[in-house]
Design a protein around this ligand. Structure first.
Ligand SMILES: [Zn+2]
Length: 321
């Protein structure tokens, strides 16, 4: 669903709540506390959430009152749901991502609100229980981050401490990005990720000639390892041995981080990586039906747990622009 369709379909908060209730409880409303379907609906709005319908559990031992957004990622939001829906359509439609600044401008809301909103949508995009990568899997690493200035005894010193990200992609299949921390990617850091994300019966694993991979694959998939020497060639002559697929995924990520986010706080990098992975894995592909990312994400949001602002920022403030 594109922004224009979202605006046409969901004109009021009521229409949004109605839609969320259907996604949250496809088989009818259930009590959020005890799970019974004996639930009565009141139309009376509260002062805090005007227009939002209240449900009341009819189980005498429970009697819980709740709304369709209670206990979800929308919990306690003061932002109209129509704006949430618009923000979601902007995010799922933007190949390289959308910055909080862009959301702020499009929706005419405060920067902090836009930032918090985007992170909660991102949270709902985190994948769990994804299938292992198989077939031909390309693996590579990249570095993200910029200059830092640090005070030393000799004055201000500028140095670069980048963060390593490992990328793996099954050709014609899914992508995985993992943040592995500051400094260089090493075999020790990469090995457990390979075991976590790649199928033991993978046909081939393709990398460049970096020395970390033979060690990382040792005892797992070393016999399936093919390399391309980037010093001389991009594709091993006469073969399909290359890492072009993972490299183009990295370049999309980097253009997103530079172009849309300007500056990504490393603390939040894993969530940005999840967002990219999520969108990339649902991209339009030839011969495959187009995926309704808007509805899928909204369904996840209608079921996801709340993410309080305090837990998101912990000891950090939103990155400045
Ligand atoms: Zn109940």
């Amino acid at each position: 669903m594109h922004l224009i369709d979202v605006q046409k379909t969901f004109k009021s908060d009521d229409e949004c709540v109605e839609h969320l209730a259907k996604l949250r409880w496809p088989d009818g409303v259930r009590c959020v506390t005890c799970g019974t379907d004996k639930v009565k609906q009141y139309a009376s709005p509260t002062e805090k959430q005007p227009g939002r319908k209240i449900y009341q559990c009819q189980e005498p031992t429970c009697s819980q009152q709740f709304t369709a957004t209670a206990g979800t990622i929308f919990h306690d939001t003061h932002l109209p749901l129509t704006k949430w829906f618009m923000a979601l359509s902007l995010i799922v439609d933007a190949k390289k991502g959308v910055s909080a600044k862009q959301i702020q401008r499009h929706l005419q809301i405060g920067y902090k609100t836009a930032w918090y909103l985007a992170h909660r949508i991102r949270k709902a995009m985190e994948e769990t229980g994804s299938p292992l990568l198989t077939g031909t899997v390309e693996i590579d690493e990249t570095y993200i981050g910029g200059k830092t200035i640090r005070k030393t005894n000799r004055g201000l010193q500028r140095y670069k401490q980048k963060d390593a990200v490992v990328g793996m992609i099954e050709r014609g299949g899914q992508l995985r990005f993992r943040h592995i921390g500051k400094g260089s990617a090493t075999a020790k850091k990469v090995a457990p990720l390979v075991r976590e994300l790649v199928d033991r019966n993978v046909e081939r694993v393709v990398t460049d000639e970096s020395t970390i991979y033979p060690f990382a694959f040792d005892g797992f998939c070393a016999s399936k390892h093919e390399t391309v020497a980037h010093k001389y060639e991009y594709v091993k002559l006469g073969t399909d041995i290359h890492t072009n697929t993972i490299e183009s995924a990295f370049s999309l990520l980097k253009r997103g981080i530079l172009g849309s986010f300007h500056q990504v706080s490393i603390k939040h990098l894993p969530r940005y990586l999840s967002e990219f992975e999520y969108r990339f894995n649902r991209r339009e592909r030839k011969g495959e039906p187009k995926q309704d990312m808007f509805t899928e994400t909204l369904r996840r949001m209608a079921k996801a747990k709340p993410m309080p602002f305090a837990s998101l920022i912990a000891a950090e403030t939103p990155e400045p622009f």
